[in-house]
Ligand binder design. Structure first.
Ligand SMILES: [Zn+2]
Length: 101
């Protein structure tokens, strides 16, 4: 959980750095500079926490290869994106629940 959060926070955070700099450089006075930068920081923190919970949720759905009902996930399809990442679709043969990995 903590490791996932750190990776998400710093990885994701790189996208926010330009916005923080924009506020720090472009703000009309100190109040606006700090206000804008801290608003971005708070959003950054909330978004990181949200993403961390989402990825933890996917981990638990996989559940070591077993569906909630105890059946082993069956590989249904594999989709390759243009970016080279692979998404695997699994279906439970018992209750037809679906997950992606
Ligand atoms: Zn199932």
């Amino acid at each position: 959980m903590t490791t996932t959060f750190m990776i998400t926070f710093f990885g994701f955070g790189l996208a926010f750095v330009p916005f923080i700099l924009l506020f720090l450089i472009g703000g009309v006075d100190l109040k606006h500079k700090l206000g804008g930068a801290s608003a971005i920081l708070i959003f950054w923190l909330i978004a990181s926490v949200g993403l961390t919970f989402e990825s933890e949720g996917k981990e638990s759905a996989w559940n070591g290869g077993y569906c909630e009902c105890g059946q082993h996930w069956e590989l249904e399809a594999v989709a390759k994106s243009r970016h080279g990442s692979t998404t695997k679709y699994y279906v439970c043969p018992n209750c037809y629940a679906e997950i992606t990995q």
